[in-house]
Design a protein around this ligand. Sequence first.
Ligand code: GLN
Length: 614
Amino acid sequence: MKYILVTGGVISGVGKGVISSSFGAILKCCGIEVTSIKIDPYINLDAGTFSPYEHGEVYVLDDGGEVDLDLGNYERFLNVTLHRQNNITTGKIYQQVIDRERHGDYLGKTVQVVPHITDAIQEWVEKVAQKPVSESGKTPEVCIIELGGIIGDIESMAFVEAFRQFQFRVKRENFCVAHVSLVPQPRTTGEHKTKPTQSSVRELRGLGLSPDIIVCRSEKPIGLSVKEKISNFCHVAPQQIISIPDLNSVYEVPVFMENHSMAEYLSDRLHLGITPLPPMRKYMKPWIDLGEKMRHLKYEVTVAIVGKYTRLEDSYTSITKALHHAGNKIGYKVNIKFIEASNLEATMLSENPASYHDAWHNLCVCDCVVVPGGFGKRGVEGKIGTCQWCRANNKPFLGICLGFQAAVVEFARNVLKLEDAHSTEVCPDTKYPVVIDMPEHNTGEMGGTMRLGKRATIFKPSATNSKIRRLYGNKDKIDERHRHRYEVNPDYIEQFEKYGMQFVGVDVDQERMEVLELDNHPYYVAVQYHPEYLSRPMNPSPPFMGLILAAKDRLKSYFARGCKLSPREPQSDYYDSEDELNELTVRQLGICSDHEDSSSAYSSSSISSSKIEL
Ligand code: GLN
């Protein structure tokens, strides 16, 4: 097993997760089996009890693990299925060590950070790295380990010490370190400043880890002289100093990194035995194509996300990614308007009329609407109002989890005329509880008790005309990931269906409603599960595909062609032949097939340095 440890310097939030994933994406393109581990040095056992405002969305895995959103990056970039153990927290390590101590495993010894915690970390990493993560079931060859936060954080000290020991345990040819650091460019001088990077590398070295690669994050590309300076002060060859400026899209990062011959370097450093590589445009083709396509999307679609946590866009990372995946595939640049659900509520009209009208204006001008998941009372009426407006105005709509439950409540109130119908999550005493709690998932404990992870949805045999079923390729059964504690009350299903709200998908026991769809609407679909977690850049999630197609009035023709995009649709407008595409790709990315100095790539005018979404 080969390990690449990715550490951070100066500040967090500069895209360490995407950069770590990109190392993996490059190696995958060379035929290497890759897995990854994300370390979050907080005490929480997992991300399950976090508000989205803490660290962004809680990402859910197949096995029900509630983990950091960076694991979503790994799954999307590497097309793998990770396990809950791939996310290590201080809490998990301590819990294991304390359990062992209670069990008497330490034979009367004093249990200490060194060696007991550091040993536990190393054992965990070695064990989890072996777990297959791809469909092939093969044991991974390379494990990328991302250490959250930055070097110098008190919380991560035990992990840094564990890896200091680990490098000797697994030997030099099996372990390397990439340090991701910010290189600021203060406006006053306009120069790139290397001092913060120098300090953080010094700190890392002081703790016993020497970086093999330094990835410099900056708004604009850094020049050769800056690289040389970092090289001199940080004891890393200039070729191993990589500049990643702000890019159009995160999916351009692997190609940018490979411009620095990363595969060749890692193969050499870690003895990976990657045979001589063909020109980069061949093995990196999927990523080059994706970046190219995204830069040339001619048409646009505007999507409203009516959420409760819109102050922090990371709260909806997987949803925005899933929308972009679908948009890219169909040929549309996706513009997202985040609308705070509570601003749509009637009370806002008197409290803050400007925000109220602004929110409704934004909703009205969008081509389609997503009402995503969430917890608690705040903003629920705004979500319900959105459902009503989309239903009555034929606006393409996708409800997810709480969005699904809001659609049910709205329909009960306004179509079934069940006055003040509600979910018991918001109104425990409602006269018409159309959404109720699942007793086995409402234990009073908050962490890890929801209905979580991958579960099957069966499409009802009667649902032959269902749009959503057709989008899923007319399958009888699909698997998607879940995270909820409440469900639709089965006592009301007959009434709902009589009035046109069809529950076309149910769980295997046919007790839990999973998918609803409205008759006589261009696209009104809501799902109890979270389809966004399984969306992949090259394989978008079907409910999101349907939403974008419907927003542009292309869904009918898509179905008429047997769920195929038309060759005349925007997606294939851009290039006529593969050769032409390759030509353009090589020229516009400034890619040099034999790994010349990659600085040419940065001067390429086609790479805009607009705001990155790293
Ligand atoms: N709060 C709702 C429930 O627990 C919805 C959860 C969600 O949107 N993830 O069922």
